[in-house]
Design a protein around this ligand. Structure first.
Ligand code: HEM
Length: 214
């Protein structure tokens, strides 16, 4: 008979679900800033202006900045609490890949997901591909905050901007990380749909149904 097993701690679930709308607001307000003036365009990346007019995103620099600089504090607080909690609770051991073997195992996960490899690679709470992508998204979050601070106060924090190759470099990385979140989001949601209801529900109620023999 299947029984309920705790998978996601309450605090982790709160941090995860608070992060989702906050990140969405950061991306939305970031786009408002990005498209407010041509001076904010980056390289050859151009999206059709008609799209932004349709979404009421054009000429809203003040709105974008106000939202971005407000929600960034909540995003940082939630992210710092998540990292501290993950370390203190020991959950990081399940989340962070601890050897280069994880790269090989992640490749096996990809082959299994593509139905090329039959056997499911060994895993604990997360498989190696999840460990790598969840750890990467954390590092990306830290990168977004640091590059964001560098372009927020480029005069006072010029030493920080210098880490990223100066103001233009920090801006480019800040933008590239945002595109990275969008890619992560699409893959993450597809994986969640494929993994099924039991897995998704466990991120809400904390528990998943497992076979007694497992
Ligand atoms: C509709 C949006 C989302 C859904 C439905 C969703 C769903 C889930 C589910 C079901 C898990 C558990 C995976 C498992 O146990 O196998 C998970 C974990 C995770 N998700 Fe999401 N997620 C969403 C958005 C996001 C976003 C926007 C991010 C960050 C950019 C994110 C980052 C993570 C991370 C880091 C974990 C691992 C958490 C931990 O155990 O510490 N998710 N998500």
């Amino acid at each position: 008979m299947p029984k309920l097993k705790l998978k996601h701690l309450l605090a982790i679930r709160w941090f995860h679900w608070i992060n989702f709308p906050l990140l969405a607001l950061m991306i939305w307000s970031g786009f408002l800033i990005y498209w407010a003036y041509p001076v904010y365009s980056i390289g050859p990346v151009r999206f059709p202006q008609g799209l932004f007019r349709a979404l009421h995103m054009n000429q809203r620099l003040a709105d974008g900045m106000a939202m971005h600089f407000f929600f960034m504090w909540l995003f940082v607080i939630n992210g710092v609490l998540y990292i501290v909690y993950t370390i203190v609770s020991g959950e990081w051991r399940l989340l962070v890949p601890t050897s280069f073997g994880a790269l090989r195992d992640a490749w096996q996960v990809v082959l299994h997901d593509l139905h090329i490899r039959r056997e499911r690679p060994p895993q604990q709470k997360y498989n190696a591909a999840q460990q790598i992508s969840y750890t990467a998204i954390l590092v990306m979050g830290i990168g977004s905050v640091l590059t964001g601070l560098a372009i927020y106060k480029p005069a006072q924090l010029n030493w920080l901007a210098a880490w990223f190759g100066g103001y233009p470099g920090a801006r480019l990385i800040h933008f590239a990380l945002t595109i990275g979140y969008c890619v992560f989001f699409v893959v993450h949601v597809i994986q969640v749909i494929v993994a099924g209801w039991n897995n998704f529900r466990s991120m809400i109620i904390g528990y998943e149904l497992v076979d007694e023999h497992e």
